[in-house]
Design a binder for this molecule. Structure first.
Ligand SMILES: Nc1ncnc2c1ncn2[C@@H]1O[C@H](COP(=O)(O)OP(=O)(O)OP(=O)(O)O)[C@@H](O)[C@H]1O
Length: 192
């Protein structure tokens, strides 16, 4: 049986009347593997991740994630897929521990202060979101520029966490502008 859990065939996204962000794109990511999406600003990395999470339909082609056509409104799909996107947000009134209680994956080791999230710095909130995405039980992990707002120590931690997720069997797709992260975690790279 194939371990591929994220796949796309012939996908393309047309913006406006005639500009294809990407087209005829195939990808396949197996459990325990990581695909990195690289490319300049506006090249379509976030758009491709949105297609994998079912926030946006590709103009053409097919996508299958965790055995389904992606649909973020489907609770069963969301249970299998963990995400960190640009618009991911913390609950301002909840402490880190309360966030992890909600996510049901136990309490990860961390050094975030146990205060309501509104009192965390931008980088600490980003780390809380990352920890949440990584801690929540999942089969597929989609991360959009996870390195953003994270300090040097946090970026090293991020490499370890993504590799640990792979080791636990996650299929990871991440968009990144940070080559050391891509080098440390990616098994395959698509440069859009
Ligand atoms: N309906 C649309 N009409 C015109 N342009 C669009 C439409 N939808 C998206 N775009 C453009 O397509 C591009 C895709 O952006 P996207 O966020 O996917 O790129 P990205 O590679 O993630 O960029 P970054 O590295 O800056 O995060 C953007 O330039 C956006 O303005």
């Amino acid at each position: 049986m194939s371990d591929v859990i994220v796949s796309a065939e012939g996908i393309g996204v047309l913006v406006g009347d005639e500009r294809w962000l990407f087209r005829d794109l195939d990808l396949a990511v197996a459990r325990g593997r990581c695909l990195a999406l690289t490319g300049e600003n506006g090249s379509g990395k976030s758009t491709l991740l949105r297609c994998l999470y079912g926030v946006q339909d590709p103009t053409e082609g097919t996508v299958e994630v965790a055995g389904r056509t992606p649909d973020e409104t489907d609770a069963a799909f969301r249970r299998d897929v963990s995400v960190l996107f640009d618009d991911s947000a913390v609950f301002d009134e909840f402490t880190p521990g309360q966030h992890f209680d909600l996510l049901g994956g136990g309490q990860p080791a961390h050094d975030l202060p146990e205060v309501p999230a509104r009192g965390l710095s931008a980088g600490q909130r980003r780390r809380l979101l990352l920890l949440g995405a990584l801690t929540k039980p999942h089969k597929v992990l989609l991360l959009d520029e996870p390195e953003r707002a994270v300090d040097a120590a946090g970026r090293d931690w991020l490499k370890q966490m993504v590799n640990a997720a792979k080791g636990a069997g996650s299929a990871v797709v991440l968009a990144s502008h940070f080559p050391p992260l891509v080098d440390a975690v990616a098994d395959e790279v698509i440069d859009l």
